[in-house]
Write a protein that binds this ligand. Sequence first.
Ligand SMILES: [Zn+2]
Length: 685
Amino acid sequence: MKENSPNLAAILLAASIAAASGCKTAPPLSSGIDVVGMDNSVTPGDDFNVYANGGWMKATPIPADKASYGIFSVLADETRKRLLALIQDSAKAGSATDNDAHKVGDFYASFMDEAAIEAKGIAPLKPELDGIAAIKDRRDLARVLGAQLRADVDALNDTNFETGNLFGVWITQGLTDPSHSYPYLLQGGLGMPDRDYYLSVSPHMVELRKQYQAHIQAMFQLAGFDKPAERAARVFALETKMAGVHATRVESEDVHTAVLWKRDDLAAKAPGLDWPTLLTAAGLNDAPVFVIWHPKAVPGLSKLAAAESLDSWKDWLALHAVERSTAFLPKAFVDERFHFYGQILSGIPEQRPRWQRGMDYTSAALGEAVGKLYAQRYFPAETKAKVQAMVGDLVTAFGKRIDALTWMSPKTKSQAKAKLATLKVGVGYPDRWLDYSSLEIVSGDALGNAQSAGLFEYHRQLAKLHQPVDRGEWWMTPQTVNAVNLPLQNALNFPAAIIQPPYFDVNADAAHNYGSMGAIIGHEISHSFDDQGSQFDAEGRLANWWTKEDMDHFKAAGEALAAQFDAYKPFPDLSVNGHQTLSENIADVAGLLAAYDAYRLSLHGTPDALKDGFTGDQRFFISFAQSWRSKTRDEELRRQIATDGHAPEQYRAVTVRNLDAWYGAFSVSAPQKLYLAPNDRAHVW
Ligand SMILES: [Zn+2]
């Protein structure tokens, strides 16, 4: 998503002038759409994405330090600039600032002190590498593997399945027990993004594997290991075996494959690893029950822990220790890692400026300390109230849509309404901030600080195992440009950083705000009722509350949408995966429908005036497509298709073709390329 056109700049400037002058008379609302960024030579019904965004796409190169570029990137850049200003201001204020602000400043400054990092070389990582070198048996191996586990994955909220540790840990309420938190164990261990990268026969993947092995060798060389080529071959062979037991991305999305194992079941059902030693080192030995998200991969990885040579495991551990720490090591490490993960895997020519990376690591390490500073300055109570009201409109519109469904039984409808009524919506930032007082940040110790912050977060997550479940827990920081549905909490988070123009613009009209922010809110609400959300009840319990007939209808409608996305083919050898992206595609259609209803309701029956030559309905759909404007490098697009639950933005923008109202707004008819006969449009909601 992207927006840096003159139009938007003018809107932003006007807004800031109005704010600065304390201007009391409300200026007329703008259309909010970027007319210059459109391409009127294209018929909307042939390619709505290019129609809405073609001008922008032609005029906007992808910056050399980015894999893709769109509105998300623009807002993330803007947010980083704001955060930097906050850090600099609090540094100037000196001792008068609060403790958290100090920690944020020290973390950032330590990362920015490149001279100190160069002078230390790899010394800060030495204790960890020595610990790995000292492994002499399988018990030592289990202890080191366990000590590395972190709460670094998330199976249902922002669906992050990637970790370089042997297992990923996620701690949240039980799938059928909303009153207690459980540790979830997920597959891990790969250095490349997904099993496909190791196993696919596509020439592109075969070439990447060669490059990856060269990268591993280079990392060993930099870290001063002897026989780097041999070590690289061993690590690559081990990871390939891990990939062989990994679940696919589509399998990972199926909540029904998860099983509950008692602690002792781990040794019985996943033999190989010294589980008591691993769990003790991971701080998990007092957990009586585990949710095993990947019940085939966990035994598979455990078996490899016994079957593969200790030397292979030690090399693998050493490599991952270096990779994990690279950002805080000398430039040679950073450059080599960027060469593979940035340039080769994602096609990014140049690294981002150091201060931007520093800001991101600080934000990751001290998320809510940074978020508190951000929200205090940039998220006024007035904006929060307006967006809360908009959420209310969308919830109402969604409820009406449920009432009007002809295919859903009264029983399922009443359960759906109950779920909607208890939905907990977080806007901007959490009700309570995290307490960072026990986290020590040492000035000048860049790697040590990152390690302390990672451990602090892991301990915070472990502590949840002994605390009452908090339905108000946030899973995104306020400075994140994104939004998330939390199925187990029946809750939504809309971080402050996404609630800004062009998504939400107090100076733009309803058609614009409902087409962009409204569709995002609708998208997140609808996740509560999509193929994942439909499986969780009002308390977030995994329970089938749909009648069989309702579920059959819903699945059939979903299949049609999956087939629609399977047909999108950005490369001759690669299509979008309609099932991998199904939840998100259903959410896009449902969210857009609810946003459209809410927009119409907001007009109270009066026709919307023409603005910039477009009717209200046209502006609504153009705003939606413009909110998805994006350009992506080929390598990155391939990575996204392999690993992401979201379809590429260019296809999300044209999901308007599933709404009847879009056909009327732009007189779309056969044989235009996006035309779908009424029966072929996705009628999920
Ligand atoms: Zn989503």
